[in-house]
Design a protein around this ligand. Structure first.
Ligand SMILES: Nc1ncnc2c1ncn2[C@@H]1O[C@H](COP(=O)(O)OP(=O)(O)OP(=O)(O)O)[C@@H](O)[C@H]1O
Length: 308
């Protein structure tokens, strides 16, 4: 190994035609780390994933996956990683068990029976193994797709929005499995649009228009934004929200149920605006700034920078 990182890429760039889709992208992921990958649609997450696992050649930069060069050792990398794509395809007219046997034959895996039995058991698929894949619910299909990625015992997993459209219970179970795999030393890079999933990761990275805007632990990303959030409780909140949004001291606002949350960088100025706009009968209290607040402010600043 070149170092102890499972993934270590530096300054990767990718263009599609005139479009500079990924810009100087650098990322390190430790063994057994679950690393979240967030960003708006089209920000370059899938393109970055495909470069890191050797499926797409970067225009420039350097990098290793499991110590192997992403430019020159792509075939070796493919044998050691699992990649669950956004639109995975399974064979609907085969059962779960038959799908796994089919995949093990496709990749000429040794001792397929032992691998299939182990994977069915570890992924909790034994009770459904004889069901046709086309009749499975979204949650079971997704679990089946993860099983397919794990058959050959990869050391790194790349999961591209694996839980999109899956219900909360199935998502929770899926994440329990990811944490078990992480405990076994498997490194996982998982892209998601769900904040609750981001919070389950050891570290996260946030990409916007191909630029990595933030990287690190959840706490460090929230703290780096240095924001204050105040919660206003009462009725008629949309009118108050509109008024607040006219002030520069307000970075962003959001309503959840009967509470309006206002976030700003300067606590004194934020409080002064609220004192001016919010009638005295409303309760105001300081609350913790969330990851979603931090991302919203990061995006806002980035948009303002690109416009100036
Ligand atoms: N093969 C390709 N040829 C041309 N343009 C591409 C290609 N693949 C991706 N793009 C463009 O690159 C940009 C980034 O796409 P990418 O799929 O990496 O984003 P993403 O962050 O994964 O988006 P999403 O969250 O919607 O999956 C988009 O504008 C997309 O249209």
């Amino acid at each position: 190994m070149v170092n102890n990182f499972s993934i270590d890429v530096k300054n990767l760039n990718k263009h599609f035609g005139d479009q500079h889709v990924v810009k100087d992208f650098s990322l390190q992921i430790d063994r057994g780390e679950i690393h979240g990958f967030l960003g708006p649609n089209g920000s370059g997450k899938t393109t970055s994933i495909r470069m890191m696992c050797g499926l797409l050649t970067p225009d420039s930069g350097s990098g290793h996956c499991l110590g192997m060069d992403i430019f020159t050792q792509r075939d070796q990398i493919k044998r050691r990683i699992g990649y669950m794509t956004q639109h995975f395809s399974l064979w609907g007219n085969l059962t779960i068990r038959e799908n796994l046997f089919f995949i093990s034959r496709l990749y000429s895996l040794e001792q397929p029976k032992a691998l299939v039995e182990r994977t069915l058991s570890e992924l909790g698929l034994l009770s459904r193994q004889h069901q046709l894949v086309k009749v499975l619910s979204g949650g079971w299909k997704q679990r089946m797709a993860l099983a397919a990625c794990l058959l050959h015992k990869p050391s790194v997993l790349f999961l591209d929005e694996p839980t999109a459209g899956v219900d909360p219970k199935a998502r929770r179970e899926f994440w329990q499995t990811l944490h078990r795999l992480s405990d076994e030393g498997i490194s996982i890079l998982v892209s998601t649009h769900y904040m609750d999933e981001a919070e389950r990761c050891h570290k996260i990275a946030y990409l916007s228009s191909g630029n990595l805007l933030a990287r690190g632990s959840i706490q460090s990303i929230i703290q780096a934004q240095n924001l204050t959030t105040l919660k206003i409780s009462g009725s008629g909140l949309t009118v108050l929200e509109n008024r607040l949004q006219r002030f520069d001291a307000i970075e962003q606002t959001v309503i959840f149920g009967s509470s309006l949350f206002a976030t700003g960088r300067d606590e004194e100025k934020l409080k002064a605006v609220l004192a001016q706009v919010i009638p005295a009968e409303y309760e105001i209290q300081r609350v913790k700034t969330t990851l979603e607040d931090a991302f919203a402010c990061l995006m806002k600043n980035d948009n303002e920078k690109s416009l100036s």
